[in-house]
Design a protein around this ligand. Structure first.
Ligand SMILES: [Zn+2]
Length: 290
């Protein structure tokens, strides 16, 4: 399928509203009434939550913790929670941006079959989107691996701070999963709380690398792929299979896909339209829709 690239006419075009609005994207959205929307980290960068990958889709930093290491290695858990303690303070304060608001507006217009997000920040819901599948879970929820109890991350944060007051005033750059760069710190003394009910291991209710996405979420999303007549990818390189599979299914069904992403995506060969622009800029026109 040929790719129609829509980019601003000149490097300084972002200062001109006429050139910064991708008309091709507007035409695509107008032409397809039932959209399957898939969003990724690029949707939240303007909320102060940095992206994992550069424009080539490569890792910008050390790969996040793998599930097996989290489960099997005590020091990995200490390091994870110590870094998460710091990262959460900024993650918790993040607010939705115009890209989130634009997609919520699109839903209010009855145009969104389903919004599936790879982000764990809850910012789509905060912006007003209602029909959302959090493919990779939510960072504001913690689950006990023993009794499956779920508790608010804020409560765990209070407990983490109570047990580890000297970590409270550390600051660091954060990653999309609420993790933080604190490589040089000694974490041996970090005191990780266990489940208050059963003493089980606590884990953020997010899908770690090396962990599968729960089948119910995939099934819900795949059903929406079948009902939709087109797909809109917003701020995702689709380098992770959990999201890429929906583009594959869409393409297999012969339905068009548009992607809005600053860099290369794994689905570039499947796209009918590629818009290389910031999510907030490219979707701005949806906010002025009647
Ligand atoms: Zn428990």
């Amino acid at each position: 399928m040929p790719v129609a690239a829509a980019t601003p006419a000149a490097p300084d075009a972002a200062t001109s509203l006429e050139f910064s609005i991708p008309d091709a994207l507007r035409t695509f959205l107008d032409g397809h009434r039932r959209l399957f929307v898939l969003t990724g980290a690029g949707c939240s960068t303007d909320s102060g939550i940095p992206d994992y990958r550069d424009h080539n889709g490569d890792w910008k930093r050390a790969q996040p913790v793998m599930l097996q290491r989290f489960l099997s290695d005590d020091s990995t858990r200490k390091r994870y929670w110590a870094r998460s303690l710091v990262g959460w303070q900024r993650m918790h304060a993040a607010q939705p941006n115009d890209a989130h608001r634009a997609l919520a507006s699109l839903e209010r217009q009855g145009r969104v079959e389903l919004l599936v997000t790879q982000n764990v920040d809850g910012l789509h819901q905060a912006a007003g989107s209602r029909d959302v599948v959090d493919l990779h879970g939510r960072i504001d929820v913690v689950r006990c691996l023993g009794c499956a109890d779920r508790l608010p991350r804020a409560a765990v944060q209070a407990e983490l701070l109570r047990r580890n007051p000297r970590f409270a005033d550390l600051d660091a750059a954060i990653a999309p999963d609420g993790d933080a760069d604190l490589e040089s710190r000694a974490f041996d003394s970090f005191d990780v709380p266990a489940c208050a009910h059963c003493g089980g291991m606590l884990k953020p209710d997010v899908v770690f690398f090396g962990e599968g996405v729960p089948k119910a979420r995939v099934d819900t999303a795949m059903a929406a792929v079948q009902r939709a007549d087109a797909m809109l990818i917003v701020g995702s390189s689709l380098m992770v299979y959990s999201g890429y599979r929906f583009a594959q299914a869409m393409a297999a069904a012969g339905k068009p896909i548009a992607a809005l992403n600053m860099g290369r995506t794994r689905a570039d060969d499947l796209l009918a339209l590629k818009v290389t622009e910031r999510c907030t800029d490219a979707l701005q026109f949806l906010l002025s829709a009647p």
